[in-house]
Design a binder for this molecule. Structure first.
Ligand code: KG4
Ligand code: ZN
Length: 333
C-alpha cells in the first residue's frame, strides 16, 4: 500500500510517499524557519500563507523523487491536528481535494501518532507495546502505546512543552529560533553550575515553566554577569533529569521493556545519552528516531496513517467532506 502523507501543522510544509508504513520512497520538507527567525518564533498567519504557496510544489517534488504518479497512490494520510489551525487547514484542504479528484481514501492522522511512528521508519522490527516519551515544541507526553492505534496517556506537562521552554530560554540567552538546538550547542561549553528548581507531582506529570521562570529571573538579576553557557548547560541537564526520572518511573509501573523517544526534542543529544544510559542499567531497550525524522515531516504521518488505514480508519472522501483541522485535537479522539 502506497501512502501520500501531508504535514502542515506548524512551519514545515512536508509531503512524503511511504510504502507499507515503513519504506520511505520520498520525504520532502520545505521549512519556513528562516522566515520566522526574524520574529523570534512562528507567526501563524505567515505560516498558513507560506504553506499555501508551497504545497502543490512539495507534492509534485515528493511524487517525482519517489518515482510514482498520483495514480500509484493508494490513500492519502494527513495531519488534521493538533497544531496551528490555519496551517493545518492548508494540508487538510489539499488532501481532501486530492482525494476527491482522484477518488482515493483519506486517513486523518494525529500529529503525535506521527511523531511516535517516526520510530517505525528507523527500526523496521519495532512493534508495540512500548512506552513513548513524546517531546516537541507543543507537547510533552508519556504515552503507553498498547498497539499501533491504541494509546494511553500516562503523564503530560501541566504548563509549557519542553521544546517551548527550550525556545523561551534561548530567547533569554540571546539565541536565535528555533532555540532547542542552539541551547544544546551552547550547553556543551558550560558546566551544570546553576541550581534550578524541579517540580514533583504525585502522578507522572511534568512541569517546565518553573525551571524556565527561574532562568529568566537569574538572567534579569545577573544581567551582563550571566554565565550563558553554564545556564544553557544547567537548564538542559535539569530538564533532561526531570524527563528521564519520570519516564523510568512509568517504565517500572508498566513493566515495559521498550522505551521510545519521539518529537523535535528527541534530537537532543543529552536526552538521547541519558535515556540510553538509564535504559542499559535497567535492561530496557531504547529506541530513538533517526535525526531526520525527529522534527516535523510527512514520512512519519504517512507511517502512522498506514496503521490507521489497517485499523479501518480510512474514509471515502464522500463520507468525510466535513473533515476539518482541529487545533486542540487530543490523542485518542
Ligand atoms: O516536533 P517539532 O518539529 O514541532 C512540534 O511538533 O512542536 O519540534 C520542534 C521543537 C522546537 O521547540 C525545537 O526547539 C525543539 O523541538 N528541538 C530541540 C532540539 N531540536 C529541536 N530541543 C532541544 N534540543 C534539540 N537538539
Ligand atoms: Zn511536531
Amino acid at each position: 500500500m502506497i501512502c501520500l502523507g501531508i504535514e502542515s501543522s506548524c512551519d514545515e510544509t512536508s509531503v512524503s510517499v511511504v510504502k507499507d508504513g515503513r519504506e520511505v520512497l520520498s520525504n520532502v520538507i520545505s521549512t519556513q524557519i528562516e522566515i520566522h527567525k526574524k520574529f523570534g518564533g512562528v507567526v501563524p498567519e505567515i505560516a498558513s500563507r507560506k504553506h499555501l504557496v508551497n504545497i502543490a510544489y512539495v507534492v509534485d517534488e515528493a511524487l517525482e523523487k519517489a518515482g510514482v504518479t498520483l495514480s500509484d497512490i493508494d490513500f492519502i494520510g494527513v495531519t488534521y491536528g493538533p497544531g496551528l489551525v490555519g496551517a493545518l487547514l492548508v494540508g487538510v484542504a489539499y488532501a481532501k481535494s486530492l482525494a476527491y479528484a482522484l477518488n482515493k481514501k483519506i486517513v486523518p492522522t494525529h500529529h503525535i501518532e506521527g511523531h511516535i511512528a517516526a520510530n517505525y521508519l528507523t527500526y523496521p522490527d519495532l512493534k508495540p507495546p512500548f512506552l513513548a516519551l513524546v517531546v516537541s515544541g507543543g507537547h510533552s507526553h508519556l504515552v503507553y502505546v498498547k498497539d499501533y492505534t491504541e494509546f494511553e496517556i500516562m503523564g503530560k506537562t501541566r504548563d509549557d512543552a519542553v521544546g517551548e521552554a527550550f525556545d523561551k530560554v534561548a530567547r533569554v540567552l540571546g539565541l536565535p529560533y528555533p532555540g532547542g538546538p542552539e541551547v544544546s550547542k551552547l550547553a556543551q561549553k558550560g558546566t551544570f553550575s546553576y541550581k534550578l528548581p524541579k517540580t514533583k507531582f504525585d502522578n507522572f506529570d511534568f512541569s517546565f515553566s518553573g525551571i524556565k521562570t527561574a532562568v529568566i529571573n537569574i538572567a534579569h538579576k545577573e544581567g551582563e554577569k550571566l554565565r550563558k553557557a553554564d545556564m544553557a548547560c544547567s537548564f538542559e541537564n535539569t530538564v533532561c533529569e526531570e524527563l528521564v526520572h519520570t519516564t523510568f518511573e512509568v517504565v517500572t509501573k508498566l513493566q515495559v521493556d521498550k522505551i521510545v523517544l519521539a518529537g523535535g526534542v528527541s534530537a537532543n543529544r543529552l536526552l538521547r545519552e541519558m535515556i540510553t544510559t538509564e535504559a542499559q542499567k535497567r535492561n530496557v531497550k531504547a529506541y530513538m528516531p533517526d535525526l531526520k525524522y525527529c522534527t516535523d515531516n510527512a514520512a512519519m504521518i504517512a507511517s502512522a496513517s498506514y496503521y490507521n488505514f489497517l485499523a479501518g480508519k480510512a474514509y471515502d472522501i464522500q463520507d468525510k467532506l466535513d473533515l476539518n483541522a482541529k487545533a486542540n485535537l487530543k490523542l485518542g479522539d
